[in-house]
Design a protein around this ligand. Structure first.
Ligand SMILES: [Zn+2]
Length: 663
């Protein structure tokens, strides 16, 4: 999801403080930092700076599903679901009627006598608990049929076979346990009303429909914590498993449809003209206008249907979710992106790039959207790993979409200048890697999703706008908030922040800034290698924070406990300064001070009058024992013109005015 830097949006602060009972199940949230760590666990420590013990993670290591090197363990497992979904949307009544057959594969070592299903649309149910603005008077999902293992189930709170719904979580008590290695068929029929503009992350504005969170979806059961059944309250995002989808969507003819997955019946739903233009877009070096204003009728853009309707069929492999968009007003631009060798057959691959938008949105530069998307997909394919999905599609949606990611899709609403539209587009496309391809728990660790993406966004913007410094914007946003004193540590659940501002800083700006600092600590080459290795190891899997920590330590060969502790588990700040510079014999003695609690290496550049620059480092470990000052000596000659700490501005120091000598 995108966060506008200068935000004027109304937000109830109190609403974000969520009752402790709103989140069920044993959490993976590390407890408040403890020093020293309790005995028995795998604790990593740098000197006296230790990480809190995460018992769930340590159990997973002892069971062999995770490792202390950061790679998935030899016994790593995760669940899988095959979905067959059908939906019929009536744009007049705004009602969606759906049916789904799911096959849930239990790859865990445990038999499951019950399963949990997410009904995220119940965020809109009357009386639903929520901590973001939700449109007044919508309704939740209406279930007309629930069946499991061939047996129709009744809603009942009593024990025994049946199902119950609590907010956005449905619990199904199965007729028979699913053995380890077995599977179960589930069936659902439902109706819902597509929410109006104002709904978070989707909805309709009367013309454009972005359909998200629209079907019963399996909750994640994982090796760390079992079922993750935290309620969807609007602010914290999602934790979704992987699966394959076969989706049939019935719409009026003349309405264009885009969805997660590959359109597999193009000859039935698209006109010959549209198909021919799409074909040329798959090879074109520029952007092809697939559907123009003049084309937007049944028989010209789409095929003509039966009884005025067309059924579009999409198939998606290894995705965490499926969303779709439709409108009779959309224009359609298309091109393609070179993604490198995504399927490891030694040959370069490409992905289709699409943009769907209304003509008025040219004022917000949507005629550039396909170009922006192509650059983003190509950039991240090189920077992280090749984009493996068949397409990436940017969709102009209701204003309240802001910017929101779905596999292969992004919904973007509102007005933008060129910088803003590129920024939100590349941000959402960055999310294809984190959390779509690397499937972390966005609810409990928002920073692994938003922080990594905010960092990636900065890299893409620097490339597209030739040196644009988005990292500096993130650093400023973090520092100004931190100096104001409202900061809380970011190792906490996305629904448990004291304010929207503290959530935003902890999930976006601070982790993005911390990654830049880590790059400064490790050096760019090592950092990039570790970052890519983390993505490669956890592609289509569910990493925890420890898996990220361990991968960076494994690849760099360094113990970074001090770094994670100071920047992620605490709100320690850094404030390095040049205290005094004295002549001592034939040397200059430089006294460096580290006033902030966050221990960081001191990178000093000593510039001499002959132009020579000496680079010196005082290691981070210097400060672990609580020492605050350290003197180092350099040669007096050739004469020293200036001394500066962190001239490359890698580190988020709260006061830069004391870092240069002479002042
Ligand atoms: Zn985001």
């Amino acid at each position: 999801m995108f966060r506008r830097a200068a935000r004027s949006r109304r937000h109830s602060l109190a609403g974000l403080i969520v009752l402790a009972t709103a989140s069920a199940c044993g959490g993976s949230q590390p407890a408040a930092p403890v020093t020293p760590a309790s005995a028995g666990g795998t604790t990593r420590a740098s000197g006296s700076i230790e990480l809190p013990v995460n018992e769930a993670f340590n159990r997973a290591v002892s069971r062999g599903t995770r490792t202390t090197t950061g790679a998935p363990g030899p016994r790593y497992w995760q669940q899988w679901t095959d979905y067959r979904l059908e939906a019929d949307l009536n744009p007049v009544s705004k009602r969606l009627t759906g049916r789904g057959s799911l096959t849930y594969h239990n790859r865990s070592p445990n038999a499951l006598s019950e399963v949990y299903v997410q009904l995220l649309h119940n965020l809109f149910a009357p009386g639903a608990r929520h901590n973001t603005d939700v449109p007044w008077s919508v309704e939740g999902i209406e279930l007309n049929r629930v069946a499991a293992q061939g047996q129709e189930l009744k809603q009942s709170e009593k024990e025994g076979v049946g199902y119950e719904v609590d907010g956005t979580i449905m619990r199904i008590r199965l007729p028979r346990p699913i053995p380890s290695g077995g599977s179960a068929a589930l069936e659902f029929a439902w109706r819902l009303r597509v929410p109006p503009d104002g709904a978070p992350r989707g909805g309709q504005d009367g013309e454009a429909y972005f359909i998200s969170y629209w079907y019963p979806q399996m909750a994640v059961y994982d090796d760390l914590n079992g079922w993750q059944i935290d309620q969807y309250l609007g602010n914290a995002e999602f934790y979704m498993g992987y699966g394959n989808y076969d989706v049939s969507l019935t719409l009026p003819e003349g309405w264009l449809v885009s969805a997660t997955g590959t359109l597999i019946n193009a000859t039935q739903v698209l006109s010959a003209q549209t198909r021919a233009r799409l074909d040329s877009a798959s090879r074109a070096s520029g952007v092809i206008k697939v559907v123009t204003e003049a084309d937007r009728t049944a028989g010209t853009s789409t095929a003509t249907g039966t009884n005025g309707k067309l059924t579009w069929r999409f198939r998606a492999d290894s995705v965490r979710d499926v969303s779709w968009a439709t409108s009779s007003k959309y224009l359609w631009d298309a091109t393609n992106a070179a993604v490198g060798d995504a399927n490891a057959d030694g040959k370069p691959d490409s992905a289709a790039i699409h943009a769907f938008y209304r003509p008025e949105l040219r004022a917000s530069h949507w005629d550039q959207s396909a170009r922006y998307s192509r650059h983003s997909v190509e950039f991240f394919s090189k920077f992280i790993l090749p984009y493996p999905y068949p397409h990436m599609t940017a969709v102009d949606g209701p204003t309240s979409c802001g910017g929101m990611e779905f596999p292969m899709m992004t919904c973007i609403g509102g007005q933008w200048d060129t910088l803003g539209l590129y920024e939100v587009t590349t941000h959402e496309i960055g999310h294809m890697w984190f959390p779509m391809l690397v499937g972390s728990d966005e609810k409990r660790h928002a920073w692994m999703d938003e922080g990594l993406t905010q960092f990636d966004q900065s890299q893409a913007m620097a490339d597209f706008f030739k040196g644009f410094d988005d990292e500096e914007r993130n650093r400023r946003n973090y520092l100004s908030f931190a100096e104001g004193g409202g900061e809380v540590e970011l190792m906490r659940h996305g629904d448990r922040y004291p304010s929207y501002g503290s959530y935003g800083v902890a999930s976006y700006y601070k982790p993005a800034t911390v990654l830049v600092a880590l790059r400064g600590v490790l050096g760019e080459e090592t950092f990039n290698r570790a970052f890519r290795e983390y993505a490669r190891r956890w592609l289509y899997k569910h990493p925890s924070p420890e898996d990220l920590f361990n991968t960076f330590e494994d690849v760099s060969g360094q113990d970074l406990s001090w770094f994670w502790r100071g920047w992620l588990f605490e709100t320690w700040k850094m404030d390095q300064a040049i205290d005094t510079v004295l002549t001592v014999g034939d040397s200059l003695e430089i006294v460096v001070q580290s006033e902030g609690r966050a221990p960081m290496p001191v990178r000093l550049a000593v510039t001499r009058t002959n132009g020579q620059v000496d680079s010196l480092t005082i290691p981070a470990a210097t400060w672990f024992g609580g020492e605050r000052r350290r003197a180092i000596r350099v040669r007096r000659e050739p004469a020293v013109k200036g001394i500066e700490i962190d001239p490359e501005k890698n580190f988020p120091d709260i006061d830069r005015s004391n870092q240069a000598w002479p002042r």
